[in-house]
Design a protein around this ligand. Structure first.
Ligand code: XMP
Length: 323
């Protein structure tokens, strides 16, 4: 008989037994899965767990603060934050190819994470033997599970492991679906903004800028994305849509007229989708007045953006993300 209480109790007992007096580490991404996995393990072994959050500078507005403040306040977890924005931006300099970007972000992430790991291991204390991952049931199935699913984009998940790692894995969400993970998170007292967070890719805004990733472009996209999220929430649409990537076409310019002159700016794409599991998706039929408010605000408030366009492609053939 499935209840969140049962799942929590069962996992807490199992994790406690398995970890014993050793230590564990967990990478936090700001997403639901790693947050719930970490909270569960924290409940089981307390200060024997250390979480690592790599700030790659590709997060959306307010998300890093949410992890640093709200998540820590709710769980009491030990958190090590690594500010690696410079490093990621330097590594991404001059790169426009989507797969190349994904590889660089994945590679840098692992390097930074391993460095943080090494520092934690070097601390005084029991051996760090375990690594916590927020793997869900659909991840298990999608990443091979014997089905031979084609890997269309090189997916990078925070905490994504180098091949030669000698940690033992703790994957407390391996049998759960997303909605169940949210229920468990809620039961564990995690902040609503984290529990109800829509999916966000590991490579972050880095794959939502079509073209080279620069600090300036990231700041611009962060503003546009924050506006879209604000308006979608205000309209009560958060649960209706699966997610709404906001994409900056940095390599495209179009002519516009704003204030008293001609502009030559960039388009922002809204990609609201409805989906059950992200394997297939349909574009969300958002109310025109909501679209209109988002468009007006973005073009008024975000410098260098003079056009907002709507992506009306289902998946397939379009993927949810643009890169
Ligand atoms: P696509 O673009 O393949 O995306 O239709 C399907 C879902 O996966 C998310 N996504 C990622 N998630 N690391 C992740 O953790 C990634 O590299 C990644 N790429 C895409 C995407 O946001 C959508 O929910």
């Amino acid at each position: 008989n499935w209840t969140t209480g049962n799942v929590i109790e069962e996992q807490v007992t199992a994790i406690r037994e398995r970890v014993g007096d050793k230590r564990a580490i967990c990478g936090l991404s700001g997403g639901v899965d790693s947050a719930v996995a970490a909270a569960l393990v924290q409940k089981a072994i307390g200060s024997q767990l250390t979480c690592v959050y790599v700030d790659h500078g590709l997060m959306r507005k307010g998300e890093t603060e949410q992890v640093e403040k709200d998540f820590v306040a709710a769980t009491g977890v030990q958190l090590k934050v690594v500010d690696a924005e410079e490093r990621f931006l330097t590594a991404l300099k001059g790169v426009s190819d989507p797969e190349e970007k994904r590889k660089i972000i994945g590679r840098e992430f692992i390097r930074v994470f391993e460095q943080a790991q090494a520092e934690i291991i070097a601390d005084e204390g029991p051996a760090v033997e375990f690594l916590v991952q927020g793997t869900l049931y659909p991840d298990v199935v999608e990443s091979g599970g014997g089905t031979g699913t084609a890997n269309i984009k090189s997916h990078h998940n925070v905490g994504g492991l180098p091949e030669d790692l000698e940690f033992k894995l703790i994957e407390p969400l391996r049998k759960l679906f997303k909605d169940e993970v949210r229920m468990v998170g809620q039961e564990l007292g995690l902040p609503e903004e984290i529990v109800q967070r829509q999916p966000f890719p590991g490579p972050g805004l880095g794959i939502r800028i079509v073209g080279e990733v620069t600090k300036e472009r990231l700041d611009l996209l962060r503003e546009a994305d924050a506006i879209a999220r604000e308006e979608l929430s205000a309209a009560g649409l958060d649960r209706e849509i699966w997610q709404c990537p906001v994409v900056l076409l940095a390599d495209v310019r179009s002519v516009g007229v704003q204030g008293d002159g001609r502009t030559y700016g960039h388009p922002i794409v809204l990609r609201p989708v409805s989906s059950e599991d992200a394997m297939t998706a349909d574009w969300s039929r958002l109310p025109y007045d909501v679209l209109s408010r988002i468009s007006t605000r973005i073009t008024n408030e975000v410098r260098d953006v003079n056009r907002v366009v709507l992506d009306v492609t289902s998946k397939p053939p379009g993927t949810i993300e643009w890169e």
